[in-house]
Design a protein around this ligand. Structure first.
Ligand SMILES: NC(=O)c1ccc[n+]([C@@H]2O[C@H](COP(=O)([O-])OP(=O)(O)OC[C@H]3O[C@@H](n4cnc5c(N)ncnc54)[C@H](O)[C@@H]3O)[C@@H](O)[C@H]2O)c1
Length: 430
């Protein structure tokens, strides 16, 4: 089955069910020998540290296309084998690897993860799970077919703060939710012109490997590697595909959402190169147990976000947290600052919350323990692919500004056929 066929597989978007640890294939080797693809930049080194803080993890292989980052990681894990090309790593020492962590730019998440999963390896992959909808479906299907332990790197999913919010919403603290407004003033967009010409590729960087399956293009300093790739259509998913994954995750889980009926992004005209610097993305989802009819999720990003709105006015004119989400319910509102505990607002007053007891959870250790058959991942690809798909539909909508796109849940395609071109992608040979 090729990736395009996954789009036609309507069962790919089955409801999210967290299966017991016994349902997944267990790794028999102790310690768990891990391979890390992308070990530098903003997140790779942090992921490596979090994994290796588990006493049963042995960091066995490190892979990075930039030797500066590779050398820094090797200094911390001197016994690990080093590689620049993940394909060579998996081909040559695949048998000595029990699990793989992928922390590259978004466009390489699926190619690297799918190769590891084909070889039967459990995978921890950073958010958003993939760059294209077809890839998210392929990852979910392969993980299920091979019964692999998987986890997407949204560590706040396991935080007490976000789990408390899920429990409070599902226990009916504010009644049924009609709308969630969420915001981040971060700007992972770029409204300037595409660069012309080329710059010398730094000696430390293998540019061909960095570009990987995406279209070939000349290197330009400051535009792509490191981290600025987020702003560009071919490699990243803009601010929605970055902060939006974290901030939408809790409403998505708490409200039991699956696929939207419609999505509309208000932003500048498309330029064929980069994501817009300012976006307002409005989704409408089918009713669930926790929502009213026509539930809306509205996302604001870019400098100055969010604009003033009565739903976002806090008691005593307190300023809004820099990033976060506001659940609007029948009996009150729940403010969820990004990376903080929720706060209850009834009328024009903050009310105290009786927080339920919950067990602490470590997102990375949960994956390691799940590989050993002792735990279950809370953000397995079964869940993460659906969340990512919903996010990516909003990212696609920035190519059709101010137009409401209708998602046909049964066929897993847009009613507006021009948008379906963006669900899938042909890999470059590299
Ligand atoms: N969960 C979080 O809180 C969080 C935070 C930041 C970033 N992220 C995610 O982590 C991933 C990496 O983001 P970043 O900001 O660290 O990016 P970055 O560009 O700063 O770093 C990426 C790293 O991967 C390496 N790399 C690039 N292509 C590679 C390839 N083909 N093979 C091996 N190594 C490769 C780079 O050299 C670099 O070391 C992204 O998916 C991002 O969304 C998650």
């Amino acid at each position: 089955m090729n990736r395009r066929d996954f789009l036609k597989d309507t069962t790919a978007f089955a409801s999210v069910a967290i299966l017991p640890s016994s349902a997944w294939k267990r790794v028999k080797h102790t310690p768990l020998r891990t391979a890390h693809i992308g070990v530098g930049g903003m997140m790779g080194a942090a992921d490596l540290k979090s994994f290796s803080s588990h006493p049963l993890v042995q960091v066995t292989a490190l892979c990075d296309v930039d030797t500066t980052f590779l050398a820094a990681a090797k200094a911390l894990y001197p016994k690990a084998n080093v590689f620049r090309d993940y394909r060579k790593m998996l081909d040559s020492i695949g048998k000595e690897i029990d699990a793989v962590c992928v922390c590259t730019p978004d466009h390489t998440h699926a190619p690297a993860s799918l190769m590891a999963m084909e070889m039967g390896k459990p995978v921890y992959c950073q958010k958003p799970l993939t760059h294209h909808v077809s890839e998210a479906r392929a990852m979910k299907k392969l993980a299920a077919d091979k019964k692999l332990v998987t986890q997407m790197g949204i560590q706040c999913h396991s935080s007490d703060m976000y789990r408390q919010a899920v429990t409070l919403i599902q226990n009916g603290l504010i009644g049924k939710v009609s709308c969630v407004r969420a915001w981040s003033p971060k700007n992972w967009g770029y409204d300037g012109p595409a660069p012309t010409g080329s710059d010398p590729v730094p000696e430390t960087l293998d540019w061909n490997l960095w570009v990987g399956t995406s279209p070939e293009r000349p290197y330009k300093q400051g535009f792509y590697h490191p981290y600025n790739w987020r702003k560009l259509l071919d490699y990243g998913c803009g601010t929605l595909g970055d902060m939006g994954v974290h901030i939408f995750d809790t409403p998505y889980t708490a409200c039991g959402l699956t696929v939207p009926n419609t999505v509309k992004t208000s932003c500048r005209e498309p330029n064929g190169f980069s994501h817009p610097e300012h976006n307002v993305v409005e989704y409408e989802f089918p009713k669930t147990k926790y929502t009213t009819d026509n539930f809306k999720w509205i996302w604001y990003d870019g400098e100055g976000a969010p604009p003033a709105h009565p739903d976002l006015k806090l008691p005593d004119d307190e300023p809004l947290p820099e990033q976060g989400a506001m659940f609007v319910g029948e009996k009150g509102n729940l403010l969820l600052p990004h990376w903080d505990f929720p706060r209850l607002i009834v009328g024009n007053t903050f009310e105290p919350i009786d927080f339920p007891e919950i067990e602490p959870q470590d997102h990375y250790h949960q994956f390691v323990d799940a590989c050993m058959g002792r735990d279950t991942c809370s953000a397995s690809f079964d869940y993460a692919a659906n969340l990512t798909e919903a996010i990516l539909l909003g990212v696609i909508a920035n190519r059709f500004p101010n137009e409401t796109l209708h998602w046909d849940i049964a066929s897993g395609t847009f009613v507006e056929s021009k948008a379906n071109e963006l669900l899938d992608f042909r890999y470059r040979k590299f």
